[in-house]
Design a protein around this ligand. Structure first.
Ligand SMILES: [Zn+2]
Length: 119
């Protein structure tokens, strides 16, 4: 029998070099990408963002890799959508803050924004 000599580096050590793996990681978005604007798209009346609550919780948001990001926010019992537009500087706007009985309408608005049915 021939003596078996193990190679210094055993099998299974061949893998793709680092940089492509890192690029794949960066390219892998975990967030939702808002769909392009659809025909008959509803136009949201965006208002200047003003500090109105001590703490705002972001419930859901579209992917941060996009120039425009929509956040579904909650401050106490009130919900609203915040819009970050970084396509030309940084513009932060908000939808109106309807009363707590109308929170469902805000959730629906955030979905319409994701689907391109509202902008
Ligand atoms: Zn993304």
């Amino acid at each position: 029998m021939m003596p078996v000599t193990r190679a210094a580096k055993g099998p299974g050590k061949r893998r793709s070099p680092g940089p492509p793996d890192v690029l794949e990681l960066i390219a892998a978005c975990v967030g939702i990408h808002a769909a392009p604007q659809q025909p008959g798209c509803e136009e949201i009346a965006w208002l200047k963002s003003r500090p109105r609550a001590a703490s705002v919780r972001v419930r859901r948001h579209t992917c941060d890799c996009q120039p425009v990001v929509y956040e579904l926010c909650q401050a106490g019992g009130l919900m609203f959508v915040r819009r970050y537009d970084r396509s030309n500087g940084v513009l932060i706007e908000e939808s109106e803050w309807p009363g707590p009985m109308r929170s469902q309408l805000v959730r629906q608005m955030s979905w319409r924004l994701s689907l391109g049915w509202a902008r």
